[in-house]
Design a protein around this ligand. Structure first.
Ligand SMILES: [Zn+2]
Ligand SMILES: [Zn+2]
Length: 431
């Protein structure tokens, strides 16, 4: 009987996972997964990854992952769906750098785990979630293997992190006052936000189950703390940048914190930091202590103060007024518009890339000045349309998909023409 219910090993698991979502086959689908986990069937299909997920104080949940070929359009993206035994439903996953994003069924935002020491064991020290790969053994298939294994969360490929942008509105962090997010008076993650945007998340998700969560790493937070001024409050600035409370700043912490307040590209800043590091870290232990930080003339603080003007002069290259004017019009040249925003030139835009493109096209005035309030409205509208169009959170869409009749482009242009979502600019945060 088990054998009758079991999907054949030859690539039919997708059907099994899909069938779980539809009620007629639900019981049979669950039975198959339950059976695998109880080892009644030892030969699970070779194209799935089986793992356990556990948070402290809860019972372990069994997960079955599969790669989503249909969304791939020939690209080697590491993303797909997973079956969650506890929820008896299907969620979405994707892997970027050493970060595994899991959007559990019914959850509004993804959870993350990091491959710190091995690709078989994924953890999130902030939420306590741990994911352990069980099958196949001893190695993961290529699509479940992280690009790197590292103690730090390498999410530079997340849309907002490619450059130093706010993960809520996708405008440059340096353009508005910044903040970090906390819970119980401790920083919950290494990411930076616009103060107004982080406060918006706290307000918006006040009544949801998890409350506000970081859009990049999924860790919940409840407090927003403005960034101190590097010039007038260097000690406070240092303490807040010390994400792991280790008393010293690592290269990672320096790049993320300086990048959040200076108009500079990630590539240029990283190059500068690496070439000067030996000056700021005279004892060569790989990190910068408070004492080293404030050494007059030689310390990192003074270097930043001396170079701030040079970095500010680079602002034009980071999407100022000039680049705003050259963005192709979505309604007149959709193909050029799509290509303009497809920065990695892979022929598709994922949800976050799409939201970023729409916000940066429409939520600015004629002089290129961003409007945070219309960015919030656009974000909400775009999230809603993406979901109601049937796309999973980590799906990517091609140009053809985007421009098909009644597709996303039609809907956005229609909404914009009707000023339905973002025409009434109340400028909640006008300054
Ligand atoms: Zn923002
Ligand atoms: Zn975060």
């Amino acid at each position: 009987m088990l054998r009758d219910d079991r999907p054949s090993p030859a690539g039919r698991c997708c059907r099994a996972i899909c069938s779980v979502a539809t009620s007629p086959a639900r019981r049979a689908g669950n039975y198959v997964y339950d059976a695998w986990f109880h080892q009644e069937i030892l030969d699970a299909p070779s194209n799935v990854v089986m793992a356990t997920a556990k948070t402290p104080g809860t019972t372990a949940n069994n997960l079955v992952f599969e790669l989503d070929d249909e969304l791939q359009y020939g690209m080697n993206l590491k993303q797909g769906r997973f079956f969650s035994q506890k929820n008896h439903a299907v969620g979405s996953w994707k892997m970027v750098g050493n970060v595994l994003y899991l959007e559990f069924p019914g959850a509004g935002s993804p959870q993350t785990v990091i491959a710190k020491i091995s690709s078989r064991h994924w953890t999130n020290p902030k939420t306590g979630l741990a994911v352990d790969v069980i099958e196949p053994s001893p190695t993961n298939p290529w699509w479940f293997e992280p690009d790197l294994v590292s103690e730090d969360m390498h999410s530079e490929n997340a849309v907002a992190c490619r450059e130093f942008e706010c993960p809520v509105c996708y405008f440059e962090l340096c353009k508005f006052p910044r903040a970090v997010v906390k819970k119980h008076s401790r920083r919950t993650c290494a990411h930076y936000f616009h103060k107004d945007c982080a406060e918006y998340l706290v307000r918006e998700f006040k009544r949801s189950k998890t409350g506000a969560t970081c859009p990049i790493c999924g860790v919940p937070f409840s407090q927003v703390e403005p960034m101190p001024d590097l010039v007038t409050e260097p000690r406070e600035w240092f303490s807040i940048c010390d994400v792991d409370y280790g008393g010293e700043l690592s290269e990672f912490e320096v790049i993320e914190s300086l990048g959040s307040c200076l108009p500079v590209t990630r590539r240029k800043l990283t190059k500068q930091i690496r070439s000067h590091w030996h000056l700021w870290d005279p004892d060569g232990d790989g990190s910068i202590s408070m004492q080293e930080f404030i050494i007059p003339h030689k310390g990192l603080r003074d270097w930043v103060l001396k170079n701030v003007d040079i970095m500010r002069s680079l602002e034009g290259s980071k999407g100022g007024v000039t680049s705003q004017l050259s963005i192709p019009a979505l309604d007149k040249s959709p193909m050029q518009w799509f290509a303009w925003w497809d920065r990695d030139e892979n022929g598709s835009l994922d949800r976050d890339e799409m939201i970023r493109s729409l916000i940066r096209t429409f939520c600015v005035d004629d002089r290129g000045k961003p409007s945070l309030s219309s960015a919030m409205d656009m974000r909400e509208a775009a999230f809603g349309l993406w979901k109601s169009s049937g796309y999973t959170p980590f799906a990517s869409i091609t140009f053809d998909e985007f421009v098909k009749p009644y597709g996303l482009m039609d809907q956005f242009i229609h909404n914009q023409a009707n000023c339905h979502y973002f025409g009434e600019d109340q400028e909640l945060w006008a300054r």
